[in-house]
Design a protein around this ligand. Structure first.
Ligand code: DQA
Length: 148
């Protein structure tokens, strides 16, 4: 896939998980919306959700050799904890956008720091599921303007 979408821990519970904060959309409906958008632009997209840090790191490592050109990632709670996942993204040198459904800056102080934001091409938070779509629009634009 040219675009890889990675969803971190507990995002498999979207729709039922604190809907006042994270919205009513399920992960499946978010992924389907992204898939439709990608197909309309003849872009291949793969999505993976994992509750396991190691699985996300493995997916990032594998991305480089597999033709992936852009990553959209919501690291979820790993945003605030994972130097290892950050290092994996740094190692691949692939451009990525960090997405959060909620406005992390309007929440608890421990959510204000991200191990990813300074490496990211861009950061989106607080736009709910629309944030993923915005990130994909950006990725498609980016790939168009950076393709040979
Ligand atoms: C989140 C924000 C994180 O602080 C939280 O741990 C999540 C989801 C978001 O999308 O708003 O699991 O990344």
């Amino acid at each position: 896939a040219r675009v890889l979408v990675l969803h971190g821990p507990n995002l498999n519970m979207l729709g039922e998980r604190e809907p006042a904060i994270y919205g009513a959309d399920t992960l499946q409906s978010i992924n389907e919306g992204l898939q439709a958008l990608a197909e309309a632009s003849s872009c291949s997209l793969a999505a993976l959700q994992s509750n396991a840090e190691a699985e996300l790191i493995d997916a990032v490592q594998a991305a480089r050799g597999s033709g992936t050109e852009f990553i959209i990632i919501n690291p979820a709670a790993f945003t605030h904890t994972s130097i290892a996942l950050r290092d994996a993204l740094a190692a691949t040198q692939l451009p990525f956008v960090e997405v959060h459904l909620s406005n992390v800056h309007a929440r608890e102080p421990f959510r204000h720091h991200s191990y990813f934001s300074d490496l990211a091409t861009g950061v989106i938070c607080g736009l709910g599921a629309l944030g993923y779509e915005a990130a994909l629009h950006f990725a498609l634009h980016y790939l168009k303007s950076h393709s040979p």
